[in-house]
Design a protein around this ligand. Structure first.
Ligand code: C2E
Ligand code: CA
Ligand code: CA
Length: 279
Protein backbone atom coordinates (compact mmCIF):
# COMPACT_ATOMS: atom_id res chain seq x y z
CA UNK A 1 0.00 0.00 0.00
CA UNK A 2 2.92 2.25 0.79
CA UNK A 3 4.56 1.72 -2.58
CA UNK A 4 1.25 2.31 -4.19
CA UNK A 5 0.94 5.61 -2.32
CA UNK A 6 4.38 6.69 -3.47
CA UNK A 7 3.55 5.82 -7.03
CA UNK A 8 0.36 7.74 -6.79
CA UNK A 9 2.27 10.71 -5.48
CA UNK A 10 4.84 10.44 -8.22
CA UNK A 11 2.10 10.20 -10.78
CA UNK A 12 0.24 13.12 -9.24
CA UNK A 13 3.24 15.41 -9.06
CA UNK A 14 4.26 14.47 -12.57
CA UNK A 15 0.84 15.28 -13.91
CA UNK A 16 0.83 18.51 -11.91
CA UNK A 17 4.12 19.48 -13.49
CA UNK A 18 2.91 18.76 -16.96
CA UNK A 19 -0.33 20.58 -16.22
CA UNK A 20 1.56 23.63 -15.02
CA UNK A 21 3.72 23.43 -18.11
CA UNK A 22 0.67 23.21 -20.31
CA UNK A 23 -0.80 26.30 -18.68
CA UNK A 24 2.43 28.21 -19.27
CA UNK A 25 2.51 27.03 -22.86
CA UNK A 26 -1.05 28.17 -23.48
CA UNK A 27 -0.33 31.56 -21.89
CA UNK A 28 2.69 31.98 -24.10
CA UNK A 29 0.75 31.07 -27.23
CA UNK A 30 -2.15 33.27 -26.21
CA UNK A 31 0.12 36.26 -25.71
CA UNK A 32 1.58 35.72 -29.16
CA UNK A 33 -1.91 35.32 -30.63
CA UNK A 34 -2.98 38.66 -29.14
CA UNK A 35 0.11 40.32 -30.58
CA UNK A 36 -0.47 38.78 -33.98
CA UNK A 37 -4.23 39.24 -34.03
CA UNK A 38 -5.11 35.57 -34.47
CA UNK A 39 -8.74 35.98 -33.44
CA UNK A 40 -12.00 36.12 -35.28
CA UNK A 41 -15.54 36.99 -34.25
CA UNK A 42 -18.48 34.76 -35.02
CA UNK A 43 -21.99 36.15 -34.89
CA UNK A 44 -25.18 34.49 -33.74
CA UNK A 45 -28.53 36.00 -34.71
CA UNK A 46 -31.08 37.17 -32.17
CA UNK A 47 -34.55 37.01 -33.65
CA UNK A 48 -37.70 38.87 -32.65
CA UNK A 49 -40.46 36.30 -32.11
CA UNK A 50 -43.23 38.58 -33.35
CA UNK A 51 -41.68 39.75 -36.62
CA UNK A 52 -39.34 36.82 -37.24
CA UNK A 53 -36.65 39.36 -38.03
CA UNK A 54 -33.03 39.44 -36.97
CA UNK A 55 -32.84 42.32 -34.52
CA UNK A 56 -29.50 41.55 -32.92
CA UNK A 57 -26.32 39.51 -33.05
CA UNK A 58 -24.05 38.28 -30.29
CA UNK A 59 -20.35 38.56 -31.07
CA UNK A 60 -18.45 35.46 -29.91
CA UNK A 61 -14.68 35.32 -30.09
CA UNK A 62 -12.66 32.38 -31.53
CA UNK A 63 -8.93 31.84 -31.58
CA UNK A 64 -7.58 30.89 -34.98
CA UNK A 65 -4.64 28.79 -33.87
CA UNK A 66 -2.11 28.25 -36.69
CA UNK A 67 -1.71 24.52 -35.86
CA UNK A 68 -4.69 23.58 -33.75
CA UNK A 69 -7.40 25.30 -35.75
CA UNK A 70 -10.39 27.12 -34.31
CA UNK A 71 -10.39 27.23 -30.50
CA UNK A 72 -13.55 28.15 -28.57
CA UNK A 73 -13.61 30.79 -25.85
CA UNK A 74 -14.45 28.31 -23.09
CA UNK A 75 -10.84 27.11 -23.24
CA UNK A 76 -9.02 30.45 -23.29
CA UNK A 77 -11.09 33.31 -21.83
CA UNK A 78 -10.37 32.14 -18.27
CA UNK A 79 -6.65 31.94 -18.98
CA UNK A 80 -6.72 35.37 -20.63
CA UNK A 81 -8.39 36.75 -17.49
CA UNK A 82 -5.77 35.17 -15.24
CA UNK A 83 -2.76 36.54 -17.07
CA UNK A 84 -3.90 40.04 -17.95
CA UNK A 85 -4.57 39.34 -21.62
CA UNK A 86 -8.31 39.90 -21.37
CA UNK A 87 -7.85 43.67 -21.62
CA UNK A 88 -6.15 43.72 -25.04
CA UNK A 89 -8.31 40.83 -26.26
CA UNK A 90 -11.50 42.45 -24.96
CA UNK A 91 -10.49 45.73 -26.57
CA UNK A 92 -10.00 44.02 -29.91
CA UNK A 93 -13.42 42.32 -29.61
CA UNK A 94 -15.14 45.64 -28.81
CA UNK A 95 -13.52 47.48 -31.73
CA UNK A 96 -14.08 44.66 -34.21
CA UNK A 97 -17.74 44.15 -33.22
CA UNK A 98 -18.47 47.89 -33.63
CA UNK A 99 -16.54 48.08 -36.89
CA UNK A 100 -18.42 45.11 -38.34
CA UNK A 101 -21.83 46.38 -37.27
CA UNK A 102 -21.16 49.75 -38.89
CA UNK A 103 -19.87 48.05 -42.05
CA UNK A 104 -23.13 46.07 -42.36
CA UNK A 105 -25.16 49.23 -41.86
CA UNK A 106 -23.07 51.06 -44.46
CA UNK A 107 -23.66 48.17 -46.87
CA UNK A 108 -27.39 48.83 -46.57
CA UNK A 109 -28.26 45.75 -44.51
CA UNK A 110 -31.05 46.05 -41.91
CA UNK A 111 -29.59 47.59 -38.74
CA UNK A 112 -29.16 45.38 -35.71
CA UNK A 113 -27.99 45.61 -32.13
CA UNK A 114 -24.56 44.06 -31.64
CA UNK A 115 -24.14 42.35 -28.27
CA UNK A 116 -20.62 42.10 -26.84
CA UNK A 117 -19.66 40.02 -23.80
CA UNK A 118 -17.74 41.78 -21.05
CA UNK A 119 -15.50 39.80 -18.74
CA UNK A 120 -15.60 40.36 -14.99
CA UNK A 121 -12.18 41.90 -15.09
CA UNK A 122 -13.04 44.33 -17.84
CA UNK A 123 -16.10 45.39 -15.90
CA UNK A 124 -14.26 45.87 -12.61
CA UNK A 125 -11.44 47.88 -14.09
CA UNK A 126 -12.82 51.32 -14.60
CA UNK A 127 -11.77 51.61 -18.22
CA UNK A 128 -14.75 49.91 -19.73
CA UNK A 129 -16.64 53.10 -20.58
CA UNK A 130 -13.48 54.58 -22.02
CA UNK A 131 -13.01 51.53 -24.24
CA UNK A 132 -16.67 51.67 -25.26
CA UNK A 133 -16.37 55.35 -26.15
CA UNK A 134 -13.24 54.72 -28.19
CA UNK A 135 -14.80 51.85 -30.13
CA UNK A 136 -17.92 53.90 -30.84
CA UNK A 137 -15.86 56.87 -32.00
CA UNK A 138 -13.42 54.83 -34.10
CA UNK A 139 -16.19 52.91 -35.87
CA UNK A 140 -18.70 55.70 -36.26
CA UNK A 141 -21.42 53.35 -34.98
CA UNK A 142 -24.30 55.07 -33.20
CA UNK A 143 -24.11 53.86 -29.58
CA UNK A 144 -27.69 52.55 -29.46
CA UNK A 145 -26.59 49.74 -31.77
CA UNK A 146 -24.18 48.39 -29.17
CA UNK A 147 -25.25 46.26 -26.21
CA UNK A 148 -22.94 45.01 -23.48
CA UNK A 149 -23.70 41.68 -21.81
CA UNK A 150 -22.79 41.45 -18.16
CA UNK A 151 -23.51 38.64 -15.73
CA UNK A 152 -25.17 38.74 -12.34
CA UNK A 153 -21.96 37.55 -10.75
CA UNK A 154 -20.04 40.54 -12.09
CA UNK A 155 -22.57 42.90 -10.62
CA UNK A 156 -23.11 41.25 -7.26
CA UNK A 157 -19.45 41.39 -6.18
CA UNK A 158 -19.90 45.09 -5.42
CA UNK A 159 -23.39 46.23 -6.22
CA UNK A 160 -23.08 49.94 -5.53
CA UNK A 161 -19.92 50.23 -7.60
CA UNK A 162 -21.46 48.12 -10.37
CA UNK A 163 -24.50 50.38 -10.53
CA UNK A 164 -22.20 53.38 -10.94
CA UNK A 165 -20.28 51.68 -13.75
CA UNK A 166 -23.54 50.68 -15.42
CA UNK A 167 -24.87 54.22 -15.18
CA UNK A 168 -21.73 55.64 -16.72
CA UNK A 169 -21.97 53.13 -19.56
CA UNK A 170 -25.62 53.87 -20.18
CA UNK A 171 -24.81 57.59 -20.24
CA UNK A 172 -22.67 56.95 -23.32
CA UNK A 173 -25.80 55.67 -25.08
CA UNK A 174 -25.10 51.93 -25.16
CA UNK A 175 -27.51 49.31 -23.85
CA UNK A 176 -26.92 46.73 -21.15
CA UNK A 177 -28.25 43.24 -20.71
CA UNK A 178 -27.89 40.68 -17.93
CA UNK A 179 -26.49 37.43 -19.34
CA UNK A 180 -27.03 33.94 -17.91
CA UNK A 181 -29.96 35.33 -15.95
CA UNK A 182 -31.24 33.06 -13.22
CA UNK A 183 -27.94 31.32 -12.51
CA UNK A 184 -26.51 34.02 -10.25
CA UNK A 185 -27.79 35.51 -7.08
CA UNK A 186 -28.96 38.97 -7.98
CA UNK A 187 -31.61 40.08 -5.61
CA UNK A 188 -34.78 41.40 -7.12
CA UNK A 189 -34.58 44.63 -5.15
CA UNK A 190 -31.26 45.39 -6.83
CA UNK A 191 -32.48 44.39 -10.26
CA UNK A 192 -34.89 47.30 -10.14
CA UNK A 193 -31.95 49.69 -9.75
CA UNK A 194 -29.92 48.34 -12.65
CA UNK A 195 -30.13 50.59 -15.73
CA UNK A 196 -30.58 47.60 -18.02
CA UNK A 197 -32.57 46.94 -21.13
CA UNK A 198 -32.81 43.20 -21.31
CA UNK A 199 -32.62 39.90 -19.45
CA UNK A 200 -31.07 36.87 -21.13
CA UNK A 201 -32.57 33.63 -19.86
CA UNK A 202 -29.78 31.12 -19.31
CA UNK A 203 -29.55 28.13 -21.63
CA UNK A 204 -29.87 25.64 -18.78
CA UNK A 205 -33.50 26.71 -18.19
CA UNK A 206 -34.32 26.76 -21.88
CA UNK A 207 -32.90 23.25 -22.33
CA UNK A 208 -35.41 21.90 -19.79
CA UNK A 209 -38.33 23.18 -21.82
CA UNK A 210 -38.32 20.40 -24.36
CA UNK A 211 -38.03 17.55 -21.86
CA UNK A 212 -41.45 16.24 -20.99
CA UNK A 213 -42.01 16.20 -17.26
CA UNK A 214 -39.65 19.09 -16.71
CA UNK A 215 -41.02 22.15 -15.11
CA UNK A 216 -40.97 25.28 -17.24
CA UNK A 217 -41.71 27.38 -14.17
CA UNK A 218 -38.38 29.22 -14.12
CA UNK A 219 -38.62 30.37 -17.72
CA UNK A 220 -42.22 31.43 -17.22
CA UNK A 221 -41.28 33.32 -14.07
CA UNK A 222 -38.35 35.15 -15.68
CA UNK A 223 -40.50 36.24 -18.62
CA UNK A 224 -43.17 37.53 -16.22
CA UNK A 225 -40.52 39.30 -14.15
CA UNK A 226 -39.09 40.99 -17.22
CA UNK A 227 -42.53 42.12 -18.35
CA UNK A 228 -43.38 43.55 -14.96
CA UNK A 229 -40.14 45.52 -14.95
CA UNK A 230 -40.59 46.61 -18.55
CA UNK A 231 -37.42 44.87 -19.64
CA UNK A 232 -36.96 43.00 -22.87
CA UNK A 233 -36.35 39.28 -22.49
CA UNK A 234 -34.41 36.92 -24.73
CA UNK A 235 -34.01 33.17 -24.39
CA UNK A 236 -30.54 31.78 -25.15
CA UNK A 237 -29.81 28.25 -26.35
CA UNK A 238 -33.06 27.54 -28.20
CA UNK A 239 -32.48 24.27 -30.03
CA UNK A 240 -35.86 23.16 -31.32
CA UNK A 241 -39.28 24.14 -32.54
CA UNK A 242 -41.10 23.14 -29.35
CA UNK A 243 -38.91 25.39 -27.21
CA UNK A 244 -39.52 28.26 -29.60
CA UNK A 245 -43.27 27.65 -29.59
CA UNK A 246 -43.37 27.58 -25.82
CA UNK A 247 -41.39 30.82 -25.54
CA UNK A 248 -43.61 32.51 -28.08
CA UNK A 249 -46.75 31.48 -26.16
CA UNK A 250 -45.27 32.91 -22.99
CA UNK A 251 -44.59 36.25 -24.66
CA UNK A 252 -40.80 36.04 -24.75
CA UNK A 253 -39.53 38.85 -27.00
CA UNK A 254 -36.51 37.28 -28.68
CA UNK A 255 -34.65 34.02 -29.10
CA UNK A 256 -31.11 32.98 -29.89
CA UNK A 257 -29.88 29.44 -30.44
CA UNK A 258 -28.81 26.64 -32.74
CA UNK A 259 -32.42 26.20 -33.90
CA UNK A 260 -32.05 29.48 -35.82
CA UNK A 261 -28.32 29.42 -36.46
CA UNK A 262 -25.03 28.55 -34.89
CA UNK A 263 -22.61 31.45 -34.54
CA UNK A 264 -21.09 32.04 -38.01
CA UNK A 265 -18.37 34.17 -39.54
CA UNK A 266 -19.21 37.63 -40.89
CA UNK A 267 -19.27 36.39 -44.48
CA UNK A 268 -21.97 33.86 -43.62
CA UNK A 269 -23.90 36.19 -41.33
CA UNK A 270 -24.41 38.94 -43.93
CA UNK A 271 -26.57 36.73 -46.21
CA UNK A 272 -28.74 35.76 -43.21
CA UNK A 273 -29.28 39.42 -42.54
CA UNK A 274 -29.94 40.18 -46.20
CA UNK A 275 -32.57 37.42 -46.34
CA UNK A 276 -34.18 38.97 -43.26
CA UNK A 277 -37.62 37.76 -42.39
CA UNK A 278 -37.06 34.15 -43.39
CA UNK A 279 -37.25 32.81 -39.82
P1 C2E B 1 -22.31 32.98 -23.47
O1 C2E B 1 -22.13 34.43 -23.38
O2 C2E B 1 -23.36 32.35 -22.62
O3 C2E B 1 -22.56 32.67 -25.02
C1 C2E B 1 -23.44 31.68 -25.50
C2 C2E B 1 -22.71 30.40 -25.83
O4 C2E B 1 -23.67 29.39 -26.10
C3 C2E B 1 -21.83 30.48 -27.08
O5 C2E B 1 -20.73 29.59 -26.90
C4 C2E B 1 -22.78 29.95 -28.15
O6 C2E B 1 -22.11 29.41 -29.28
C5 C2E B 1 -23.49 28.87 -27.39
N1 C2E B 1 -24.82 28.57 -27.93
C6 C2E B 1 -25.66 29.40 -28.58
N2 C2E B 1 -26.80 28.77 -28.91
C7 C2E B 1 -26.70 27.51 -28.45
C8 C2E B 1 -27.58 26.36 -28.50
O7 C2E B 1 -28.68 26.39 -29.04
N3 C2E B 1 -27.11 25.21 -27.92
C9 C2E B 1 -25.89 25.16 -27.31
N4 C2E B 1 -25.53 24.00 -26.75
N5 C2E B 1 -25.05 26.21 -27.26
C10 C2E B 1 -25.45 27.38 -27.83
P2 C2E B 1 -19.23 30.03 -27.19
O8 C2E B 1 -19.14 30.87 -28.43
O9 C2E B 1 -18.39 28.81 -27.13
O10 C2E B 1 -18.88 30.98 -25.97
C11 C2E B 1 -18.81 30.49 -24.67
C12 C2E B 1 -18.67 31.59 -23.66
O11 C2E B 1 -17.42 32.29 -23.83
C13 C2E B 1 -19.73 32.67 -23.78
O12 C2E B 1 -20.91 32.21 -23.16
C14 C2E B 1 -19.06 33.81 -23.07
O13 C2E B 1 -19.21 33.69 -21.68
C15 C2E B 1 -17.60 33.61 -23.42
N6 C2E B 1 -17.24 34.53 -24.52
C16 C2E B 1 -17.40 34.39 -25.85
N7 C2E B 1 -16.93 35.45 -26.52
C17 C2E B 1 -16.45 36.30 -25.59
C18 C2E B 1 -15.81 37.59 -25.64
O14 C2E B 1 -15.63 38.20 -26.71
N8 C2E B 1 -15.44 38.15 -24.45
C19 C2E B 1 -15.66 37.52 -23.25
N9 C2E B 1 -15.27 38.14 -22.12
N10 C2E B 1 -16.27 36.33 -23.17
C20 C2E B 1 -16.64 35.72 -24.32
CA1 CA C 1 -23.30 36.21 -23.74
CA1 CA D 1 -24.70 31.55 -21.14
Amino acid sequence: AKAEGRDMYAFFSLSMTSRARAVLQVRHELRRAVERGQFVLHYQPQVDLRSGRIVGAEALVRWQHPERGLIYPGSFIGIAEDCGLIEPLGAWVMHEACRQNKAWQDAGLPPLIMAVNLSARQFQRNQVEQLTGEAIAASGLAPEWLELEITEGMVMQNVELAIEVMQRLVATGVRLSIDDFGTGYSSLSYLKRFPIDKLKIDQSFVRDLGQSGNNPAIVTAIIALAKSMELKVIADGVEDQSQMAYLRRQGCDEIQGYYLSKPVGAERFAPLLAADGHY
